[in-house]
Design a protein around this ligand. Structure first.
Ligand code: HEM
Length: 405
């Protein structure tokens, strides 16, 4: 006899985003949810799933997309849907055309050219700490690293990084209109300001192209009808939104792990070759993007429960990353872990296009810290969180320990 099918009883199961602390400690609540109701109908009528295998099925092997069967984005009007052209909100064939064009600009050569520039910028930042025994892991590390790479890729002036990251953080709330109705005004204003900013840059690239991604996208737009101005604008803003904050979260949340588990930081100091798997473990353990979504295009079964067609389903990536059916001792932070892939970059045709860039940024950040410092001690009571939909720290005060006193 197989396992009995789950019975669905609507409820929050300890994981109500409105009442729990989703930023500092979401894990207990999501464990309760995954264990007691892995296929969950929320009291507000939305569905979510939290087991690893169910999430892999949804993202990679189900007949689903970002829009309803009538072409509308969930909870958006026809007007809003038509205005929305970032690839993550599109289905094929438009999605594939846009992703194809943007990924052409994201070549391994472009990424390789960025790494030394990121390292150089970070060295400059860290050199300034030479006589200090304290730092802010966000302002002095987690922000400058992706800001340097995004600025290099899009050709954005590095001095604009604080302004841009503030705008990007507010803009993420556009993705969750229902959950944060009172923030929509500020989110819209942030998007408009970002659009203005990017349009200005696009005009400059048109006048004098350079070797950045934005110039490559402008060339694609000029080459014909494959990329319209509006699509170009939305892909560039989308890249900023998708790439800046998320990576600040990866580096910041990762450094908190290294403070909490100093033996793992010491291991990285002793064996810098572990940087790659250390980044994967940080992605698994404290992901900056806790969830993603798909609309089912046909009735689909998860762990014995069938969710009807045309329903949006939230994939709780952060819960799947600690599913004991897949990860041994999942609440242990272990940078030597070589098990199944985490879910933090999503999956299927929308799998994060910037995953290599994000990994490269985090490797540069972690190895630079491990080569300069003996240890770091975060004062967790003073961590501040950015006003973001995602888990992005705004400030992480930390004490530094050096080899020589
Ligand atoms: C740690 C850093 C990052 C995390 C955790 C992250 C996470 C994600 C997730 C969860 C998705 C949705 C996947 C899905 O629904 O299946 C996504 C999509 C995407 N990400 Fe990232 N991301 C990161 C960094 C970046 C960077 C640096 C860039 C580019 C500069 C980027 C560009 C994109 C794009 C373009 C998409 C949409 C892909 C598509 O729809 O085909 N991301 N990312």
């Amino acid at each position: 006899m197989g396992k009995p099918a789950l019975s669905v009883t609507p409820g929050w199961y300890g994981a109500n985003p409105d009442t729990m602390d989703l930023k500092a400690n979401p894990h207990d609540a999501y464990r309760t949810l995954r264990e007691s109701q892995p296929v969950n109908l929320q009291p507000d009528g939305q569905w979510r799933i939290s087991r690893y295998r169910d999430i892999q099925k949804l993202l990679k092997h189900s007949h689903s997309g970002m829009r309803h069967l009538n072409g509308l984005i969930p909870r958006e009007t026809r007007e809003e849907t038509e205005a929305s052209k970032f690839m993550l909100r599109m289905d094929p064939p438009d999605h594939d055309r846009l992703r194809g064009l943007v990924s052409k600009a994201f070549t391994p050569r472009a990424l390789a050219a960025i790494r030394p520039r990121v390292q150089q910028q970070l060295d400059r930042e860290l050199d300034q700490l030479a006589s200090r025994d304290q730092m802010d892991l966000v302002q002095d590390l987690a922000l400058p690293v992706p800001a340097a790479s995004m600025c290099a890729m899009l050709g954005v002036p590095f001095e604009d990084r604080d302004r841009l990251s503030g705008l990007v953080s507010l803009a993420t709330y556009r993705l969750a209109k229902a959950a944060f109705p009172d923030l929509q005004g500020r989110a819209e204003a942030a998007i408009l300001e970002l659009a203005d900013y990017m349009m200005n840059l696009i005009d400059k690239r048109r006048a004098s192209p350079s070797d950045d991604i934005l110039s490559a996208l402008v060339a694609a737009e000029e080459a014909g009808d494959r990329l319209s101005v509006e699509e170009l604008l939305q892909q560039s803003i989308g890249l900023l939104i998708a790439g800046l904050e998320t990576t600040i979260g990866l580096i910041g949340n990762g450094m908190v792990c290294f403070s909490r588990y100093p033996d793992q930081f010491e291991l990285l100091r002793q064996r810098p070759a572990l940087a790659e798997s250390a980044v994967e473990e940080c992605l698994r353990f404290e992901p900056s993007v806790p969830l993603t979504v798909r609309v089912l295009w046909e009735d689909t079964e998860f762990s014995g429960v069938t969710i009807p067609a045309d329903t949006p389903v939230w994939a709780i990536l952060i819960a799947a990353n600690r599913d004991p059916a897949v990860f041994t001792d999942p609440d242990r932070f272990d940078i030597t872990r070589r098990e199944a892939k985490h879910c933090s970059f999503g999956g299927g045709i929308h799998f994060c296009l910037g995953s290599h860039l994000a990994r490269m940024n985090a490797e540069v950040a972690f190895t630079s810290m491990a080569s300069r410092f003996k240890g770091i001690e975060v004062d967790e009571s003073r961590i501040e969180w950015a006003p973001s939909l995602f888990r992005i720290p705004a400030s992480i005060p930390a004490k530094l320990r050096r080899d020589k006193a």
